[in-house]
Design a protein around this ligand. Structure first.
Ligand code: SF4
Length: 473
């Protein structure tokens, strides 16, 4: 059987003029995971349209398409094309799970939620020519899954080819997150067996690893055991955590010893009313600044994520947020305009209040306003969003932010890391076009590894324990 797996490009990633590095970071792990369930006789290819051209002149038996909201229309076009030409099309992913009826107009079969046991069931039915229209996973586990088909990853096209997922879902329930709807009907947070995760990590070449888990520190027992097992492996890694988990005594320190060098943190908003409104309870009454101090003291950099346009936000939110991020010496930040994704609680609420402006999914990219904001007009919200990026990554702000750190080495590291992402975009663009992105990986590893090494040396020179006083958790 000939199987073609496709990750269609997000609309915002398709510009022929400019390709930001963020679309060439991670390979399509989900599709390579599904490929592992095919039989050795099957001929399979994986095409990631963010980094390569999609050729449409072939005739596979089975086409598998993973759709996100801003790639939905593109995905449907591709699906329609292949169905017209006689291929069987199966679709899955976040957007398909959000709007199954919409997807079913373009696919022969859809898979809802994490593919889990639904995908092998579909495959077996498809081979027996009795495939159904819809499959939903009922068994939620990562235990004993076949090894991901990493041989299908075109490593040279990604900055972080060693991306890995050791858990699925998240223990929290923020109302703007896809997670609740995506994992409906079963467990919404589960992990690999520690030994299996460590064995997978051990097989990855090189030094750098990017954990794509929604919340790597979400299961404390698992995270502790994972980091224990990683000590001595000589890895440097990046991953995501909540503020709450970063404030837990001991866990962050262990992550840093295992090689954590940067952490993505969803601060979302500095306003407790907004946190309450969106059920981001895990951030409520947490000392954000203390969490950042702890992270920095462990030699780990912070990538903070912020959302603009929540109901208590006014026109001051942009300057206030950027200034706070600079004062707290956050190395990198991502800003988003609040986006009510279909099927989330936020979307349902806004729909009921007649606040959703349209269903042009291409514009649900967190850069456009797709709902009626409360205390700020849509145009000001979009302007403020762009200004926040411009200001945060201005040399003046980067230098001021770096200067908050107490030693020259950390200051230089801050500037080279933040500047590397945002000030050298034309170089990234060239590397992406010439398919040489992975050549920058050693530089990334050097920056990340050196940061941790410096902190280890500093720690070794201290007479007192370097533990940070724990905050409330
Ligand atoms: S913490 Fe993150 S992944 Fe978890 S529910 Fe909230 S937004 Fe979603």
């Amino acid at each position: 059987m000939k199987v073609k797996m496709i990750l269609p490009a997000l609309t915002e990633a398709k510009s022929p003029l400019f390709r930001p590095i963020k679309y060439s970071l991670f390979p399509p792990l989900g599709l390579c995971t599904l490929a592992a369930y095919l039989s050795p006789d099957d001929e399979v290819s994986v095409t990631d349209e963010h980094v390569e051209e999609l050729k449409l002149d072939d005739h596979p038996d089975l086409v598998v398409i993973q759709a996100y909201i801003t790639s939905a229309f593109r995905s449907y076009k591709i699906a329609d094309h292949y169905r017209r030409n006689g291929s069987y099309v199966v679709m899955g992913g976040l957007h398909v799970t959000s709007l199954p009826e919409e997807a079913l107009e373009h696919a022969d079969t859809i898979i809802l939620g994490p593919a889990g046991d639904a995908w092998p069931r579909f495959l077996s039915d498809f081979r027996a020519r009795r495939a159904e229209k819809k499959y939903v996973s009922t068994i939620r586990t990562l235990e004993g899954k076949p090894p991901i088909r990493r041989d299908l990853i075109k490593r040279e096209r990604y900055l972080c080819p060693n991306s890995i997922v050791v858990s699925r879902g998240c223990p929290h329930r923020c109302d703007f997150c896809y997670k609740e709807a995506f994992y409906a009907g079963g467990k919404s947070f589960y992990t690999q067996l520690v030994d299996e995760a460590l064995a997978e990590i051990d097989k990855l070449p090189g030094k750098h690893i990017y954990f794509l888990d929604d919340h790597l520190l979400g299961n404390e027992r698992f995270a502790n055991a994972l980091f224990d097992g990683m000590v001595g492996m000589g890895r440097v890694f990046q991953g995501a955590s909540t503020v709450q988990a970063l404030l837990k005594p001991g866990l962050l320190e262990k992550a840093a010893r295992a090689g954590m060098r940067s952490v993505f943190v969803g601060f979302e908003t500095l306003d407790p009313h907004n946190l309450n409104e969106h059920d981001k309870k895990q951030n409520l009454n947490r000392d954000y600044s203390e969490a950042i101090r702890r992270v920095h003291s462990c030699g780990v950099m912070v990538n903070g994520s912020f959302v603009f346009g929540m109901d208590n936000d006014d026109e001051n939110v942009f300057d206030r947020t950027v200034e706070w991020a600079v004062q707290n010496s956050i190395e990198t930040a991502t800003f988003h305009i609040m986006t009510p994704y279909p099927s989330t609680e936020l979307y349902k609420r806004m729909l009921a209040d007649n606040r959703i402006l349209h269903s042009n999914w291409d514009l649900y990219d967190t850069r456009h306003v797709v709902y009626k904001p409360e205390k700020i007009c849509a145009a000001a919200l979009e302007r403020g969003y762009w200004r926040a990026y411009k200001d945060f990554y201005s040399w003046a702000c980067m230098l001021r932010s770096a200067a908050q750190k107490d030693d020259l080495h950390a200051q230089l590291r801050h500037i080279s890391y933040a500047g590397g992402w945002k000030k050298f975009e034309p170089i990234w663009d060239l590397l992406i076009r010439t398919r040489q992105v992975t050549r920058m990986l050693p530089m990334l590893e050097t920056v990340l590894a050196a940061y941790g090494r410096f902190h280890s040396q500093k720690d070794a020179g201290k007479t007192t324990n370097h533990r940070i006083a724990p905050a409330s958790s």
